[in-house]
Design a protein around this ligand. Structure first.
Ligand code: SAM
Length: 374
């Protein structure tokens, strides 16, 4: 069993790493946007369902950047290719992450390594190569709108491109769906939340008690996961049903009209599910407690419905949250985060991940995942 290198989307490196952990298990981080994970056959297919994994690289090798020269890199890749690139056609594709490594250009590295590797049996074919050699020149990030505790040094990583990942997920714009409202969650965020709710196993089903237009339900169904969706508003229930039929995902779905605190009574007990939701909140978002009690009673109902489940949700919080580590004083849904965490704990859930996401200049959202506290 080998390892696989995964390259993350630059939008939110911290959440990229959390997504990989949730989907594949423990990771080693060599750069905020490059992690190494075990390539267990049983979980690899999950890479293709991810939101923030841009690419996956097999048979990889890496070196620290620093004062490394282009000739040293090209010669190391040449040696590696001797035992890793079989006969046939290949292309070298290099890319920079952040500021890259020194002033080494993509073009130079592609040309030099291509020339070293090609011989009588291995030929460059840029159109349809049998193997794609990816070279990542990673350096410090230029700018990031999200604080990250992982330091970015210079590293060079290369290997063979794995077809499991075709770039980070975009999805179809929600305005193309038959039922659209501005509350609809961006497909990338909805897909990310579904991923973050994995815990070793693929969830037995995704339960969204505040389904709205079905943003989360659609992503679950499209990744083959069964969905139980509900909303208090009958127009949303009808709209989610229409959207799910239109999306035609592989996961079965049932949509009901009911209040979120009633899910344990109306759906009945289940095992191994994920509760993934985006709860309603007041007009003054992060400064108002509107919605807080409903959120807490929904968590209690969820714990009763599925004691061994997981939760992934997103709560409005102060826009300053993205500038540094999450503090106990951070204002989330009108409460201090330290206090809210205690209330969450009292419902039987333990916060595992809390990571702010910038929505716009005056609003951020705290992505929160929870596992059973016991
Ligand atoms: C922020 S929206 C969810 C948006 C959804 N994620 C989407 O992609 O369209 C919150 C939803 O909660 C619903 N809601 C409000 N109070 C509720 C309650 N007590 N029980 C269930 N749903 C409720 C609203 O009707 C609204 O559709």
């Amino acid at each position: 069993m080998g390892r696989i290198a995964l390259i993350g989307n630059g939008w939110h490196p911290t959440l990229f790493r959390e997504e990989v952990r949730a989907l594949l298990g423990p990771v080693d981080t060599i750069h905020p946007r490059i992690v190494l994970a075990e390539s267990k056959a049983s979980v690899l297919e999950r890479i293709s369902r991810a939101s923030l994994i841009e690419s996956a690289i097999d048979s990889f090798c890496s070196i620290r950047g620093g004062r490394v020269t282009i000739d040293e890199i090209a010669s190391q890749i040449g040696e590696w290719a001797e035992s890793n690139i079989p006969e046939g056609t290949f292309a070298v594709r290099a890319r920079r992450i952040g500021q890259g490594v020194g002033n080494i250009s993509r073009r130079e590295i592609e040309e030099k390594t291509g020339a070293i590797i090609s011989d009588g049996t291995r030929r460059v074919d840029l159109e349809s190569p049998e193997f794609e050699i990816v070279v990542i020149l990673a350096g410090p990030e230029d700018t990031s709108s999200h604080w990250d505790d992982e330091e970015a040094g210079e590293s060079v990583l290369w290997g063979i491109r794995d077809d499991l990942s075709n770039g980070s997920y975009i999805g179809i714009s929600p305005t193309e769906r038959p039922f659209f409202k501005p509350v609809t969650l961006d497909p990338r965020l909805a897909r990310l939340m579904v991923s973050l709710s994995y815990r070793g196993e693929t969830p037995s089903m995704v339960v969204d008690p505040f389904c709205g237009t079905g943003g989360i339900a659609i992503e679950s169904s499209m990744t083959g996961i069964k969905v139980l969706a509900s909303d208090l508003d009958s127009r949303m229930v009808e709209g989610t049903r229409t959207n799910l039929e239109w999306a035609n995902g592989a996961g079965d779905f049932t949509v009901k009209q009911l209040s979120a605190e009633m899910i344990h009574q109306k759906w009945g007990p289940v095992s191994g599910c994920s509760f993934v939701f985006d709860p309603p909140y007041g007009r003054n978002a992060w400064t108002s407690e509107d919605g807080l009690d409903l959120f807490i009673s929904t968590l209690s109902s969820a714990k009763e419905m599925c004691p061994d489940g997981t939760v992934c949700t997103m709560l409005p919080c102060s826009p300053k949250s993205v500038e540094g580590p999450v503090s106990e004083e951070l204002e989330v849904m009108g409460a201090k985060w330290g206090h809210l965490k205690t209330r969450i704990q009292q419902t039987g859930w333990e916060v595992i991940v809390n990571c702010p996401v910038r929505v716009h200049r005056s609003l951020s959202r705290l992505v929160v995942t929870c596992h059973p506290a016991d």
